[in-house]
Design a protein. Structure first.
Length: 767
């Protein structure tokens, strides 16, 4: 029986009770109510009944009022039976409460979380503790079907069972047989002439079955996915000049067994339009000559809704930089059907110029307010600037202390020329105690323990201690950095370390070294994106060798300079950094030039210069091109004729040229082991790909790459024909336990003596 039918029967029952039960009980006489007594209550408080009862003590009561009272109490849904009786001048209301839902059990659901189903049922009033209304079971099943239909599961079966638990309570169990999602059998676009179906369907998330549909589930129909795809289709045409494009209708047909879906989309393309003119109108607070360069399309170009929207955004942000936080730029197209052109006029309404009253922070339970405030480029009491507010947000993100940073700029109530800037952050654990194992194909098993506090006591200072032990290295390190040693942002850092290295286990020429060092360094901000570094470091190095395996290069250097060296190094560097994030950036550039000199007065004199450049270009929403170049050069001077062999550059491996064993490229010794070189050239090109199957991809990255590089010795000519090449796929995961990197690469032009390694991975933290 339908819900409407059940409702009708219930009201007929109410009328029957009113006509047959109430009348005899009251005797048909009017009387003044002296008292009201409620009988039959178990769970519901008497006050609730009195609240809904339309009569009170002192009222005159008769048969009409009796029917009114019964209807009012039935309408609450709390009772399955209501009677009105009279004892003298006392009105007696006898009720029988409906059962309450003591328990709801849902089973058989795999694709939709139980919590989400409970929330959906709660929206229609069906939840534990609520009054049980059997008529709601139909709505429950309808709501659950609606949830599954949205997932494309049209064959879902739902059965409900109600069991009495005593004490006027019931338990409801719902058994779900989800079935499999309906598959897209065919998608047809009808009416398209400018583009064929294959071209249009490239932007669709829904697809017909493919080899990877089992993983991506792109062939599983859902109404939400289709809606998103239709919007993508509309955007494709409107961004390609078809200003009159329209989706006339969409038909979705399901086979009788509810397993396959056919989608037909009927469209009217219209004609392609060009832009005939671009104008600016309204209150041009900023000169038009400054605004026109922000227009992304001009006369003679194809009309694009995306570019029109981008132009409006550009102009709004430019006005925002002048303090007009609520500027509105409205593009108005004038379409000439005869010439198939569009004249665009951007009407500018800057609104009122505003300044910032307060900058507020929330969510920073551990981090001191001053740590966030010193990153602000927008100042309190100054004119509002969109660029400065956004730059401040980026600087907070790059601190690395927060998982999320959001900003809002609400207007101050009753003050039209003021706004507040509210930053809300979600802190991540800045302290890290790590005891763990890692593995590198070069270093073997790595045991490491570290105590790192990036935000020591909420001050923004970094303190770290680390111990690392592997087949190649044994390292002790202690460091401290104060990023705001001065109020102007000059940083100061100290570090002390001790390192023992078995170079032979790192694929390079055999020697052992022990290096103790201590240093101090300063970072000096030159401008918003430019930084200088200056450092001083003392290093004590001791070399040991096995005469049976020592190469001529190592032996000659030791004969000339000995095995123990005290060196004082001065380093200086310049960096330019516009990346949007410290971890896994996807836009911006980074350039760093660094020089290091072992100055006279020490046992060795040499210098090293290196360059590291990185570029990130997002050319679609899902794809980012990342380029990297590394150059290095070093040499000796004074009494040190060559760059010390233990300071050589190396290439090959996961960090330089993948597909080749780590550190193996370049010159070799008599045992065909890598010597490294004083010149390094490395280039990498990566296409950052969307990560399938995951919604939270902030710590995961997948790329397709091409690597190139090599190192050259002191007496070698740099021959670009000897640059080693490789290509492949790589994955990176920043896990709570360390960084996992995996790559599969194919070397292109390896020689017979090269050590190739198509599959490479590392896990853990190395020093």
């Amino acid at each position: 029986m339908t819900v409407a039918g059940r409702t009708l029967l219930r009201w007929l029952f109410v009328l029957l009770v009113t006509a047959q039960t109430a009348l005899p009980a009251l005797g048909g006489e009017r009387f003044i109510i002296n008292d009201i007594r409620i009988e039959g209550l178990r769970r519901i408080a008497p006050g609730t009944v009195f609240n809904y009862l339309p009569v009170k003590v002192g009222d005159e009561f008769d048969e009409n009022r009796s029917g009114e009272a019964i209807r009012a109490l039935f309408k609450t849904g709390f009772f399955k039976d209501v009677r009105i009786e009279r004892t003298g001048d006392t009105l007696v209301v006898v009720v029988s409460e409906r059962e309450t839902i003591s328990q709801i059990g849902i089973s058989g659901n795999n694709d939709i979380k139980t919590e989400d189903l409970f929330n959906a049922l709660k929206q229609i009033g069906f939840a534990e503790g609520e009054v049980f209304d059997r008529s709601l079971l139909d709505k429950v099943e309808q709501e659950l079907r609606r949830q599954y239909f949205g997932q494309g599961k049209y064959a879902v079966q739902i059965e409900s069972n109600v069991k009495s638990m005593g004490s006027n309570r019931v338990a409801v169990t719902i058994q779900i047989a989800e079935g499999r999602a309906a598959r897209i059998k065919q998608i047809n676009v009808v009416g398209n002439k400018a583009y064929d179906d294959d071209e249009l369907l490239k932007s669709f998330k829904l697809t017909t079955p493919t080899l990877i549909s089992f993983f991506t589930k792109s062939d599983q129909y859902s109404k939400q996915k289709l809606g998103a795809d239709l919007e993508a289709l509309r955007s494709h045409y409107l961004d390609s000049g078809f200003v009159n494009f329209n989706i006339d209708s969409t038909q979705v047909s399901i086979t009788p067994d509810k397993s396959d879906v056919y989608v037909t989309i009927n469209v009217s393309e219209g004609e392609r339009y060009e832009i005939s003119d671009v104008k600016l109108a309204g209150d041009l607070i900023v000169p038009a000559d400054d605004l026109f360069p922000l227009v992304t399309t001009g006369r003679g170009e194809i009309f694009s809704r995306k570019e029109v929207t981008q132009t409006s955004t550009n102009i709004s942000e430019r006005l925002g930089d002048e303090g007009y936080a609520f500027a509105n730029v409205n593009p108005v197209p004038q379409i000439d059907e005869k010439s198939k052109t569009v004249s665009l006029t951007y009407f500018v309404d800057p609104g009122k110029r505003v300044y910032v009253r307060r900058i507020n922070f929330s969510g920073n339970a551990k981090t001191r307010d001053e740590v966030l405030r010193r990153e602000m480029r927008q100042m309190e009491g100054a004119w509002f600037s969109t660029g400065k507010v956004n730059r401040s947000k980026t600087r907070l993100q790059k601190l690395g202390y927060f998982e999320e940073v959001n900003v809002e700029t609400p207007a101050v109530p009753e003050t039209p020329d003021q706004v507040d800037v509210n930053y809300s952050v979600v802190e991540r654990a800045s302290g890290n105690l790590l005891l763990g194992l890692g593995f590198s194909q070069t270093q073997g098993l790595i045991f490491n323990t570290s105590v790192v506090q990036d935000n020591f006591l909420g001050s923004g200072k970094r303190v770290n201690f680390a111990f690392n032990n592997s087949d190649v290295n044994r390292v002790f390190a202690l460091g401290y950095i104060d990023p705001y040693f001065t109020i102007d942002g000059i940083s100061q850092g100290f570090d002390v370390s001790y390192r023992e290295t078995d170079a032979g286990d790192a694929n390079i020429t055999r020697f052992d070294s022990k290096v103790a060092s201590a240093g101090v360094n300063f970072g000096i901000p030159v401008s918003e994106f430019n930084f200088l570094n200056l450092g001083f470091n003392y290093e004590n190095t001791e070399i040991s060798q096995d005469e049976r395996f020592t190469s001529d290069v190592v032996r000659d250097f030791i004969e000339r300079h000995g095995k123990k060296f005290d060196v004082l190094q001065i380093s200086s560097g310049f960096a330019y950094d516009t990346r949007n994030k410290a971890l896994l950036p996807d836009r911006g550039t980074y350039h760093r030039v660094r020089g290091q000199v072992a100055v006279p007065g020490g046992d060795l004199q040499y210098y090293k210069i290196d360059y590291d450049g990185r570029w990130f270009y997002p050319f679609t929403e899902d794809y980012v091109l990342a380029l990297q170049g590394q150059l290095g050069y070093g040499d000796g001077y004074g009494e040190t004729e060559v760059l010390p062999f233990f300071e050589n550059f190396y290439a090959g491996g996961p960090r330089t040229v993948r597909g080749y064993e780590e550190n193996t490229l370049g010159p070799e010794d008599e045992d065909n082991r890598a010597l490294g070189g004083n010149v390094m050239i490395v280039a990498n090109a990566e296409l950052i790909l969307p990560v399938p199957f995951l919604t939270d991809v902030e710590s995961v990255r997948i790329t397709a790459f091409v690597d190139a590089g090599n190192v050259y010795g002191e007496d070698e000519d740099i021959d670009l024909d000897t640059i080693r090449l490789s290509a492949g796929l790589s994955g990176l995961w920043v896990s709570p336990f360390g960084v996992l990197t995996v790559s599969v690469a194919q070397p292109f032009n390896d020689s017979d003596t090269d050590d190739t390694q198509p599959f490479q991975f590392t896990f853990g933290t190395s020093f």
